[in-house]
Ligand binder design. Structure first.
Ligand code: COA
Length: 262
């Protein structure tokens, strides 16, 4: 499932995930959302140590879900496909092993805010506009804009956007913790590369583990993190080798009483 409007390039350890739908301010339709999930799998299996997420055009990071696309769904399919598929794709992005840096160069609205919330770091250009306009359209933020966004930004700031329709500009967004850094217009990608360079000097494995634990603490993926960490410890033990050998040789395993992994 590919879509040229969701573009992935990987070079020198940097994965660039770019929304290319500038004539609609990078609004996301169902095909674009579907394309996101396999690209996340590709990133995860690549040698990239960092992901830079952005939108093309310089006017809008992402103006949200494509209104023309979702307004045609039946109520059942809205929940079954539009919301569920969006969750699957955004969860995959938020749970990537690699740190994700989002460059917010302009509108970051609705689904755009939900997309940005999946990143580990948000760099805003000076003309950024951040908000959740959904209730003004008679719909709700459906790609974790009341869940992950609340966990990451706090409930009050989400109330101000989702209930009151407030749109935050760069300085206020920085003060509220919606973004981590504000840079002049046109300099977001250079700033992201600077962060990527710093990350490149650090251990990718330790960074991955730290990200997993922070996500777990935040309630992002607690079940998987617990099982992944325990699974890695079990897989490193001599008991696994013995268990597999016993299975192959059709005998009872002779597990060592030792508890370390030597
Ligand atoms: N879905 C579908 N199309 C969108 C869109 C969206 N979320 N956001 C912008 N577009 C389209 C516009 O319809 C327009 O298309 P057209 O040229 O075919 O008419 C094009 O992108 C450019 O947008 P335009 O409204 O002309 O730009 P603007 O600078 O005057 O206004 C916004 C920018 C972001 C304020 C305005 O486009 C807007 O309010 N968009 C909707 C944002 C939103 O509600 N997002 C949440 C959706 S759930």
């Amino acid at each position: 499932m590919t879509d040229p409007r969701v573009d992935l390039s990987i070079a020198e350890g940097i994965a660039r995930l770019t929304i290319r739908h500038a004539d609609k301010l990078n609004a996301l339709d169902a095909a674009m959302v579907d394309a996101l999930l396999p690209l996340c799998r590709r990133i995860e299996r690549s040698d990239a140590f960092v992901v830079i997420l952005g939108g093309e055009g310089g006017k809008s990071f992402c103006a949200g879900g494509d209104i023309a696309a979702w307004s045609g769904w039946s109520p059942e399919d809205f929940g079954r496909h539009w919301v569920r598929d969006g969750h699957a794709a955004f969860d995959a992005l938020a749970r990537l092993a690699q740190p994700v840096i989002a460059v917010l160069d302009g509108h970051c609205l609705g689904g755009g805010l939900e997309l940005a919330a999946c990143a580990d770091l948000r760099i805003a250009e000076a003309h950024v506009k951040i908000g959740q306009p959904e209730t003004g359209l008679g719909i709700i933020p459906g790609w974790s804009g009341t869940q992950r966004a609340v966990r990451r930004f706090g409930p009050q700031v989400v109330r101000r956007m989702a209930l009151m329709g407030e749109v935050f500009l760069a300085d206020e967004a920085l003060r509220l913790g919606l973004v981590d850094q504000v840079v002049p217009t046109g300099e977001g990608h250079a700033a992201a590369l600077g962060v990527a360079e710093r990350l490149g000097a650090r251990s990718p494995r330790a960074t991955e583990l730290a990200k997993m634990m922070i996500n777990a603490a935040e309630g992002e993926e607690r079940e998987r993190v617990i099982e992944a960490l325990a699974g890695s410890i079990a897989a490193a033990s001599t008991d696994l080798a013995e268990g597999l050998a016993a299975f192959r040789e059709k005998r009872k395993p002779r597990f060592s009483a030792r508890r370390d992994t030597e």
